[in-house]
Write a protein that binds this ligand. Structure first.
Ligand code: ACO
Length: 374
C-alpha cells in the first residue's frame, strides 16, 4: 500500500499525491515536488523557505567523502561511483541514525536529497579531471546541479534559464513512479531496518539496468549506431522485422499504452532546448528529430500505439545540454532520490511493518537423498 504516486497506464495518468504530473511540471519546482512527495502536501511559502534552508544546510559533501572518488578509475561509470559513494555515506551517518526516530529519519531523507547533486556532479567532474565546485545556495536545485556539472572553479558560471527549466522538468518528471524496480528495491531493503544510505544505494544499483533507468543511455547508443538520417529507413525496417530482435529504443512502454504523460511534457522541453541551441552541428540530434517524425507516421508504430517514451526525449535533452551518455542515468538517480526517500519514510511511518519477503514458487527437485558410496 502506498499513498504517494498513482499511475493509470490505460488512461495515461500520473499523479503525485493527487496532483497531475503535467501541472507540477508546468508550475512547480523540483524541491517543491520533493516536499510534496515526502510530506504529502505542497509547502506553504514559509514551509518552502524552511525546507530549502534545510536542504542548503545539508548539501555539502564531507571532505572525506570526496576522497573516495580517488579510489575509482577515472573512466568508471558514474552509476558505479554513485552506488559506492552513497553506500559509503552509511558509514558517515550510521551511529547518529535511529530509524525509529521520526526526526532523524527526516534529516536522513533531506541529507540524501541535498547531497545527491554534488555526488552525481563529482562523479562526472572526477572522470574528466576537473575540480568539483561547491554547491551555490543562491541558486535553485536544478541550477545548482548545472553549475556543479558544468562550471569551472576558476570562473563565474552563468545559469542559462532554458537549461535550468529543462533540468528542473527532467527532475520533476523522474521524481517518482510508484512500485518500479528501484523503488521496490529500496522498500525491500528498508523493511529489514537497513541504514537509509545503504537502501538508496541499492535503489541506484537497480536503476542502473538498461531495462530501467539505463534506457535513456540505450536511446543515444542506438542513435549513434544509426549515425545519419539516411540510415533511418533501414533501422525502422529492422524494428518491424519479426525475425530481428532489434527494437526501436525509446519507443513503447510497459504500462502506458496510449501515451506516457511525461513524454508530452519532456517533448516540449526537447523542442525548447533544441530551438535554443540549434542542432545543426549535432548529427545525432538531427537523427533523433527525423526518427521521431518518421515513426509517428509509420503504420506499424501507430497501430501498436508505440509512441516515443520519456527516455527518448530525456536522452536528447541531456545530450543537447552537453552531458555525456553515461551521466544520463546518474541524473535520473538524482531525480528519483525524492521518490525513494518518500517511500522509505512511508514504510517506516508504519511501525508495524515487518521485514518483507517475496514468496517463492518452488520449481526445483522434490526430496532426494545423497548417494552414499557403498
Ligand atoms: N520497436 C519495435 N517494435 C516494438 C517496440 C519497439 N520499441 N516495442 C514494442 N514493439 C512491438 C512488439 O514487437 C509487439 O509487436 P507484435 O504485436 O506484432 O508482436 C508489440 O509492439 C507489443 O510489444 P510488447 O513487447 O508486448 O509490449 P510491452 O508492453 O511488453 O513492452 C517495452 C514495452 C518493453 C517498453 C517495449 O515497448 C520496448 O522494448 N521498448 C524499447 C525499450 C525502451 O524504450 N524502454 C524504456 C521504456 S520507458 C521507461 O522505462 C521509463
Amino acid at each position: 500500500k502506498s499513498a504517494i504516486t498513482y499511475v493509470d497506464g490505460e488512461a495515461g495518468v500520473l499523479l503525485y499525491r493527487g496532483y497531475p504530473i503535467e501541472e507540477l511540471a508546468q508550475h512547480s519546482s523540483y524541491l517543491e515536488v520533493a516536499h510534496l512527495l515526502m510530506f504529502g502536501e505542497l509547502p506553504t511559502p514559509q514551509q518552502y523557505t524552511e525546507f530549502q534552508a534545510t536542504v542548503h544546510f545539508h548539501n555539502l559533501l564531507h571532505a572525506q567523502v570526496l576522497s573516495f572518488y580517488h579510489g575509482f578509475r577515472r573512466d568508471a561509470h558514474p552509476m558505479a561511483v554513485m552506488v559506492g559513494v552513497v553506500g559509503a555515506l552509511s558509514a558517515f551517518y550510521h551511529d547518529v541514525m535511529d530509524i525509529r526516530n521520526q526526526q532523524q529519519r527526516l534529516i536522513a531523507g533531506i541529507r540524501l536529497i541535498a547531497k545527491m547533486p554534488a555526488i552525481a556532479a563529482a562523479s562526472y567532474t572526477y572522470s574528466i579531471g576537473r575540480p568539483q565546485r561547491y554547491p551555490n545556495n543562491t541558486l535553485d536545485y536544478a541550477s545548482n546541479l548545472l553549475q556543479m556539472l558544468f562550471g569551472l572553479p576558476s570562473s563565474e558560471y552563468t545559469v542559462d534559464p532554458v537549461l535550468a527549466r529543462a533540468m528542473d522538468r527532467i527532475l520533476i518528471l523522474h521524481a517518482d513512479h510508484e512500485q518500479n524496480a528501484s523503488t521496490s528495491t529500496v522498500r525491500l531493503a528498508a523493511s529489514s531496518g537497513a541504514n537509509p544510505f545503504a537502501c538508496i544505494s541499492a535503489g541506484i544499483a537497480s536503476l542502473w539496468g538498461p531495462a530501467h533507468g539505463g534506457a535513456n543511455e540505450q536511446v543515444l547508443k542506438m542513435l549513434m549506431e544509426i549515425g545519419r538520417p539516411e540510415n533511418i529507413p533501414k533501422t525502422i525496417a529492422r524494428a518491424k522485422d519479426k525475425n530481428d530482435s532489434f527494437r526501436l529504443m525509446g519507443f513503447g512502454h510497459r504500462i502506458y499504452k496510449n501515451f506516457d504523460p511525461r513524454s508530452r511534457v519532456i517533448q516540449e522541453s526537447a523542442k525548447e532546448v533544441l530551438a535554443h541551441f540549434g542542432h545543426a552541428n549535432d548529427p545525432l540530434l538531427e537523427v533523433a528529430v527525423e526518427l521521431e517524425q518518421i515513426a509517428l507516421k509509420d503504420e506499424y508504430f501507430v497501430e501498436r500505439k508505440l509512441y516515443p517514451n520519456v527516455d527518448f526525449y530525456s536522452g536528447i535533452v541531456l545530450r543537447a545540454m552537453g552531458l555525456p551518455m553515461n551521466m544520463f542515468t546518474a541524473i535520473f538517480a538524482v531525480a528519483r532520490t525524492a521518490g525513494w526517500v518518500s517511500h522509505w519514510l512511508e514504510l517506516h511511518q508504519d511501525a508495524s511493518h515487518g521485514i518483507d519477503r517475496p514468496r517463492q514458487l518452488y520449481v526445483g527437485h522434490t526430496l532426494r537423498h545423497y548417494p552414499i558410496k557403498k
